[in-house]
Design a protein around this ligand. Structure first.
Ligand SMILES: [Zn+2]
Length: 286
């Protein structure tokens, strides 16, 4: 174990936003989910974009980017987007966007891939065109995910936006299935939310981690029925999630939750005498 390639791990808070609570919990009735996450007057619940910075002394890797900055006032209002991005989080720990060597994405929806690009001229907005946020980074995702994003195969019409993808089309490095795109960083497919979604695994000196993307976005999503209206295949999500939670117990994995607003780091609790199914418990480490 001591020879395993380890990564210094830092959680980055890349901005909060709000999505419809009913959409976030799929078939779970509101009287149940509203006990887990308090909706606002528009039925929305708060979510954060939690990204991860991984450093090994040679490479600086960003897992996920959040929604980024190139949104209209109308979009910002619909989604209650905080005026904060992953760039703010990186600057707070004195990292420049140019230092990022790789970006690894669970999938390419707007709240995960939006910050791959920036407005070239903020005063002109979309009309001025777009540039890469991380000009020196390779962007790693599943080949299936990139194809579906380019074909806009989604239950949503405005999540796989070309403005996130086309300006950096030469920077994508795609993998197919389980792979180790960087030393000690492995990815594996976890379909359901999208067909090409992947989970990302790595270790620091103390523990193994997994980032499951939107397979399990918050502490409240450990329930197998807590799929999302945004999922391409809710049944697949349910099956993949149960297998994922079992893997987390078997491997003693620490889970980084991509959208939990309060507790991005968690541990899976197995079913037992006092609980019928897996749960997620926050870990007070950062
Ligand atoms: Zn998503």
């Amino acid at each position: 174990m001591s020879s395993r390639h380890t990564w210094e791990t830092t959680i980055l808070r890349a901005g909060s936003f709000r999505l419809d609570g009913g959409s976030m919990f799929g078939v779970i009735p509101k009287p149940v989910w509203s006990g887990w996450a308090t909706p606002d007057e528009n039925n929305r619940i708060r979510l954060d974009c939690n990204c991860v910075l991984l450093r090994d002394g040679e490479r600086t890797v960003l897992v996920e980017t959040g929604y980024g900055s190139k949104w209209s006032a109308k979009d910002r209002k619909i989604f209650a987007m905080e005026d904060r991005t992953v760039i703010d989080a990186l600057n707070e720990i004195s990292i420049d966007a140019g230092e990022i060597t790789h970006v690894i994405l669970s999938h390419l929806h707007f709240d995960h891939a939006g910050a791959l690009t920036l407005w070239k001229d903020p005063d002109r907005g979309d009309a001025g065109g777009f540039v890469a946020t991380f000009p020196n980074a390779k962007v790693i995702t599943q080949a299936r995910e990139l194809k579906d994003a380019l074909d806009n195969r989604s239950t949503m019409t405005r999540t796989y936006l070309r403005s996130h993808l086309d300006p950096i089309s030469d920077d994508f490095v795609t993998v197919e299935g389980a792979a180790e795109p960087l030393p000690g960083i492995t990815v594996r497919p976890v379909p359901g939310h999208t067909w090409g979604q992947q989970a990302i695994h790595w270790s620091d000196e103390n523990r193994p981690y997994v980032f499951p993307g939107d397979l399990c976005p918050t502490l409240c999503h450990a329930h197998p029925s807590a799929s999302m209206a945004y999922d391409m295949e809710p049944w697949t999500t349910m099956c993949e999630k149960v297998a994922f939670l079992e893997d987390c117990v078997d491997g003693d994995l620490t889970v980084i939750l991509g959208h939990d607003p309060d507790n991005p780091i968690a541990k899976v609790i197995p079913p037992g005498e006092d609980r019928a199914r897996h749960g997620l418990e926050p870990l007070g480490i950062g």
